[in-house]
Design a protein around this ligand. Structure first.
Ligand SMILES: Nc1ncnc2c1ncn2[C@@H]1O[C@H](COP(=O)(O)OP(=O)(O)OP(=O)(O)O)[C@@H](O)[C@H]1O
Length: 816
């Protein structure tokens, strides 16, 4: 929650990126709470002064003013406080903000001191006046038999004025330090050159409005209206029930028939109320479920549309958290919490109205504690908001940690890292527990504190009510009946309960505001690399051209990975990319897929700039087979047909081409065999062949291939190689090559080192040149030989032909 108006502008701090920061303050801070308290003081004073209405007290309090029997002066004090204290605190806050900006009060220091002095003087004078009046009235009640008592509401006004004065003075004293600490709580907003507010990535920020939060439930409006109707009826019954409760007590003192009749009505009220309550709960919860289901779908769509760079910086676990827990928090906020809030507000207002009609002075006594509890609740809400956010963050970390370990269980097992993973998870859980401990303590202290105040006020009401019942015994025209006191006490409990539950809702709403900010941020984020729109050509000829391309990964902005890179791949040509590990080969392939956009230069496909083409359209014409293909946890058939709708015949055809048909047919369930999470139930070679089939079924114009570095067993190796060779035919191929046989076949070999082209030409040309390439090949040949000789010794099943094949493997790999 923030102030609408940016409070401060830091004009001199224009950064290189032309981002201009401005600051605003949180809506709930000491100054605003103080202003609200002073206003409340004024409103309560006026209401309590007006309540006796036509009675003489009201008129006499002005016309025949007397210090001990009028409260008109207290109303004047409250109004005076509004007129002086509020402008002064606003001015002091402005001066404090100016101090943050310029580092000193400049020439306004004295003005700040004067304001503070005036405030303290007014507030202390108010407190002294109210305290003296209260003390003298109490003295007169106890000791002066001639003293004519004030109307009950006026007594309540006196008590309220005293409590408000105390609270206000306390807050003013605290404001001295609080205003110095404004810098710690201010919120930074960044504005771009066009004056639009942007986030740290430069994306426009859409302001979170409460209306937007509720607009999520627009489609459920009818359901919510019906729910609200049921809520009104059930709250109405709840409001009249205590009245009839009191009537039952009084009826019992009159006649049996009156008692039966009243009890019967009471039963009807309860049954009817609960039926409506049931309908309310059902309608609101159902609406909430619908909202969250829709929200999750929309959110997932916006996450999956994001550019690849976004996923480099956002952890999967965290994003899943947004989808599951943040949406859940929102569901509760816009529906169930909303319904509860309306119910409690209605319950409180209704009960107070009934209480005022039953006995105004008793109500005034009860209201005296309200401001105190309100201040406590607001402070508590702020503290809880921070704690809950911390708790959610810690829990999110633990979830991400668990997900990472469990999804890589094989690596964990391989390194016997079970205890390490458990320890890491344990540390995160412990961190969340530390915050949880604070949450528990804060909850307990608040409940206890509010409990003491609420029970204190109930005891006060009971005492004062008991006194009125006693008055009624001595004189039936005075005081109240036991039935009215019973009803009053039930209303008091109802108000107290509503108040306590409302303050706990405050924390929930704060949490929802946090969750919705994160959700809307994700929903509003426009991907840097758009996923749709752009030209669709009637045909793509497969020519790829890099023109002086520079590229830096957004997640590592200081390291240029590709430098002044120019390369042309003719249609139908096969180009092999070789070079040291980390040189930038995979990055080139990523750029062809337009996972990222270059910083400088252009990449064209069939003569058209990649940025102008529809990404979905051209990606359908490019297929990629990576070193370690990722399969999805569905059937083999669905995996092969992942890129497009395909018939069973087409799937089988692709599988045959990829040398996969034979082994798939050997499975009990054939093409319906489930491959497990990320294809764990298949061997490395099988996975690769399914991935080749998945690429072939797209009939791509361009094939991007990242050769596997790990040697498969001889048979698999042969099968995969054959499938790859078949797939390459009549296509433009860019292959990150690790085998000599592949490099030999390539029309052009490009050696990439440190993001630049070190050499290019055919294999023979490059060998003849006696440059980097030749050195790399020789060095790796030696390494390859020794490695593979060992491999042959260990695995005796490798046939001679296979071993020579394996020797060829790893040739260009990992040249460092
Ligand atoms: N997503 C990423 N975010 C940030 N930096 C990255 C990312 N991917 C790769 N890099 C960095 O870019 C550089 C080039 O990496 P790239 O994967 O293109 O090399 P490569 O030649 O394909 O290496 P290898 O043969 O080992 O796969 C490396 O320094 C790497 O650390």
């Amino acid at each position: 929650m923030m102030d609408e108006i940016p409070v401060l502008e830091e004009g001199c701090d224009v950064q290189e990126s032309k981002i201009r920061p401005r600051y605003s303050l949180p809506m709930i801070r000491l100054t605003t709470v103080f202003v609200a308290t002073v206003f409340l003081d004024g409103i309560v004073s006026n209401v309590l002064w007006f309540t006796p209405g036509a009675s003489d007290y009201f008129i006499d309090s002005v016309a025949k003013y007397a210090f001990l029997s009028s409260v008109f002066d207290l109303v004047l004090v409250a109004v005076l406080k509004i007129l002086i204290l509020i402008p002064c605190i606003s001015l002091r806050e402005k001066l404090a903000l100016r101090q943050i900006q310029h580092g000193s009060y400049v020439d306004k220091q004295h003005l700040n001191s004067v304001c503070f002095a005036v405030q303290i003087a007014v507030s202390l004078a108010g407190l002294a006046f109210t305290g003296t009046k209260g003390g003298m009235v109490l003295y007169a009640i106890v000791h002066d038999s001639n003293y004519v008592k004030m109307h009950g509401t006026c007594e309540a006004l006196l008590i309220c004025a005293l409590v408000f004065s105390l609270v206000e003075t306390g807050m003013l004293l605290a404001s001295y330090k609080a205003l110095e600490r404004l810098k710690d709580i201010q919120i930074v907003h960044n504005y771009n050159e066009d004056g639009l507010e942007v986030d740290k990535d430069g994306n426009p920020v859409k302001r979170l409005s409460i209306m937007r939060l509720f607009s999520l439930a627009r489609e459920e409006l009818f359901m919510l209206l019906m729910g609200a109707l049921c809520l009104l009826v059930s709250s109405g019954t709840q409001m009249v029930a205590p009245l009839y409760f009191g009537k039952v007590v009084d009826a019992a003192q009159h006649s049996m028939s009156e008692l039966n009749e009243t009890v019967f009505i009471l039963l009807g009220i309860y049954v009817g109320g609960n039926l409506f309550s049931m309908a309310r709960s059902w309608l609101f919860t159902l609406a909430g479920q619908r909202v969250v289901a829709r929200l999750r779908k929309v959110l997932f769509q916006s996450i999956i549309r994001q550019d690849v760079a976004f996923f480099d910086t956002n952890r999967t676990g965290e994003l899943c958290n947004r989808l599951s827990s943040d949406t859940q928090v929102l569901q509760n906020a816009v529906t169930v919490n909303m319904s509860m809030l309306s119910r409690y507000v209605l319950q409180m207002i209704g009960s107070l109205v009934f209480m005022f009609t039953l006995n105004a002075s008793l109500t005034g006594v009860l209201l005296a504690v309200v401001p105190l509890v309100s201040v406590l609740a607001v402070q508590y809400g702020k503290y809880m908001k921070k704690l809950r956010k911390d708790f959610q963050d810690r829990l999110g970390d633990a979830g991400t940690q668990a997900e990472e370990s469990l999804s890589s269980i094989r690596t964990v097992r391989m390194f016997s890292a079970e205890s390490k993973s458990a320890d890491l998870y344990g540390v995160d859980v412990d961190r969340s527990y530390q915050v949880g401990k604070k949450l528990a303590a804060a909850g307990g202290v608040f409940e206890g504190g509010v409990g003491v105040l609420v029970s204190g006020s109930i005891v006060l009401v009971l005492w004062y009510g008991g006194k009125l019942v006693h008055d009624n015994y001595t004189d039936p025209n005075k005081g109240i009946t036991p039935g009215i006191l019973t009803a009053f006490l039930l209303y008091t409990l109802q108000v107290a309960l509503a108040f306590a539950l409302m303050s706990s809702l405050y924390g929930d709403f704060m949490q929802a505001v946090g969750a919705s900010t994160r959700i809307f941020e994700l929903m509003d984020r426009t991907p840097k690399v758009s996923n749709e729109n752009g030209k669709k050509l009637s045909e793509l000829d497969g020519r790829i051209e890099f023109k002086a391309v520079d590229f830096t990964y957004p997640s590592r902005p200081d390291t240029k990975v590709i430098k002044n890179f120019s390369l042309t791949v003719e249609p139908g040509e096969m180009v092999a990319l070789v070079g040291p590990s980390g040189g930038g080969k995979s990055t080139i392939v990523n750029l062809i897929e337009r996972f990222y956009d270059p910083d400088q230069g252009n990449i064209t496909l069939g003569g058209h700039n990649l940025r102008e083409l529809d990404p979905q359209w051209f990606r359908q014409r490019i297929a990629m087979v990576s070193q370690e293909p990722t399969l999805f946890a569905c059937s083999i058939r669905d995996n092969i047909a992942y890129g497009r709708q395909a018939t069973m015949e087409e799937v089988m055809e692709a599988a045959k081409e990829a040398n996969a048909h034979e082994f798939v047919s050997g499975f009990e369930d054939g093409y319906d065999t489930l491959v497990g999470e990320r294809g764990v139930r298949l061997s490395g070679g099988q996975k690769q062949r399914i991935a080749i089939a998945r690429a072939l079924i797209m009939d791509p114009v361009i094939l991007l291939l990242d050769e596997a570095t790990s040697a498969l067993d001889a048979e698999s190796e042969h099968q995969v190689q054959e499938a790859v060779d078949r797939a390459m035919k009549k296509r433009t191929v860019v292959v990150i090559a690790h085998r000599l046989s592949t490099v030999r076949k390539a029309g052009k070999v490009v050696v990439i080192d440190k993001g630049e082209i070190a050499e290019q030409g055919t294999h023979d040309e490059l060998l003849a040149r006696d440059g980097v390439y030749k050195k790399l090949v020789h060095r790796q040949m030696m390494a390859g030989f020794s490695a593979d000789t060992n491999a042959v010794k260990v695995d005796t099943s490798i046939e001679p032909s296979a071993s020579s094949n394996a020797v060829e493997a790893h040739v260009i790999n990992d040249l460092d």
